[in-house]
Ligand binder design. Structure first.
Ligand code: MG
Length: 383
């Protein structure tokens, strides 16, 4: 087996699982984490959760599931090139969006607003809550009992207030330390994936135009190259050729810049690397600026597009209405969710009740949330 870099996460330096288990027979500990994530109910639901476009808007758009697969693919490429733990970065990537509500960021914002008197709602913390507590699959523990390193990677960001409640996992936010390099890679791979696939989806939907995108250096460079090399190429193929080159360009830059940092800093262990005050992974300066420019264009022209905004308004309405009715008329809840909400009430009062409702709503797919809304609020619908 290949020897990994001295600062990579390995089974030797793992901080282990919350509930000790026998080592797996035919896989590594991190493969086991990945497999548990793939077999989870929350992972399957990603198929019907919005990335930017609501799931029913078309079969061609990314969903949270295909997004997560693209993140994992980019992460693995990077991890292998840097000689760090590919299986761990894959596990983190596949799990990183498990806690997302239906309807993407509009759904998250709405649920956070509903939960403001009860500690708020944050999808990143929810991802951790799913793998630590909510999945009911194993006889001996709640959640998936993942390794510390996978859980650490899932918790990408965290407020100091919440970090204080998280013991070992929260410590790095309080002490301004870094997670393992595999988590840092998954984080950047997430950005590379969505920045590029959102261009693809945005163009496909007609919300972005080639002219707009040519104002973005990263896109314009590859556009010029592809049009010169393949004159007469169809629009569809041209977009793919441009985007695949953009991804490649970002990954190559990222690998070069990160390799230089590693050579300069020469961290001798995983622990030494986590003590750095900044992530060891990085882009070169010009690429940092170019990715900022790309993000800005996407924000202005895609995420704030009037049709995306209309969808956000509807999403907020669905989430807020469901939360309020489940909170104030508990008998509208189906039996299992009702019991769960009552248990929450018994342990933590209104706050426990609200958290149970938030868990229930966050776990819904887009289409399930819409159906629930229709069943409850549309008098012509069967209940
Ligand atoms: Mg993501």
């Amino acid at each position: 087996m290949l020897t990994l870099a001295p600062f990579a996460s390995t089974e030797k330096n793992t901080r282990g699982r919350q509930f000790p288990e026998k080592p797996p027979n035919n896989r590594t500990e991190y493969q086991r984490d990945r497999d548990r994530i793939v077999h989870s109910a929350a992972f399957r639901r990603l198929e019907y959760k919005t990335q930017v476009f609501v799931n029913h808007e078309g079969d061609m758009f990314r969903t949270r599931l295909t997004h997560s697969l693209e993140v994992a693919q980019i992460s693995r490429t990077i991890a292998r090139a840097l000689n760090v733990n590919e299986e761990l970065t894959e596990a983190i990537s596949l799990a990183h969006d498990l806690g997302h509500t239906p309807f993407g960021h509009a759904g998250q914002d709405a649920l956070n607003e509903c939960m403001k008197d009860y500690g708020g709602f944050e999808h990143n913390l929810q991802s951790l809550r799913i793998v630590d507590q909510l999945e009911e699959k194993y006889a001996e523990f709640d959640g998936l009992n993942l390794t510390f390193e996978t859980r650490e990677g899932i918790l990408k960001h965290c407020s100091i207030r919440n970090a204080k409640k998280l013991d070992k996992l929260g410590a790095r936010f309080i002490n301004n330390q870094q997670p393992g390099i595999e988590a840092q890679i998954a984080n950047v791979a997430d950005e590379i994936a969505y920045n590029n696939h959102d261009v693809d989806d945005g163009l496909r939907a007609g919300f972005l135009s080639i002219e707009q995108m040519c104002e973005v250096t990263l896109f314009a460079e590859q556009h010029e190259y592809v049009m010169q090399k393949y004159p007469g190429i169809s629009a569809r193929r041209a977009i793919h050729e441009i985007i695949r080159r953009m991804i490649n360009r970002q990954i190559s830059d990222f690998l070069a810049a990160t390799t230089t940092q590693i050579k300069t800093i020469q961290p001798q262990s995983r622990h030494a690397m986590t003590l750095l005050s900044h992530p060891i992974v990085t882009y070169n300066e010009p690429m940092k600026k170019m990715t900022q420019q790309l993000k800005k264009t996407l924000r202005k022209n895609l995420y704030q597009h009037y049709r995306v905004h209309r969808m956000s308004i509807k999403a907020k309405k669905v989430i807020t209405s469901l939360f309020n009715v489940f909170m104030h008329d508990t008998k509208t809840l189906p039996p299992e969710a009702y019991t769960y909400a009552m248990e929450g009430h018994t342990t933590l009062g209104d706050k426990g009740h609200a958290i149970a409702i938030a868990d229930y709503i966050a776990g819904m797919t887009d289409r399930y949330a819409i159906r629930e809304y229709e069943r409850i609020f549309n008098p012509t619908q069967l209940t």
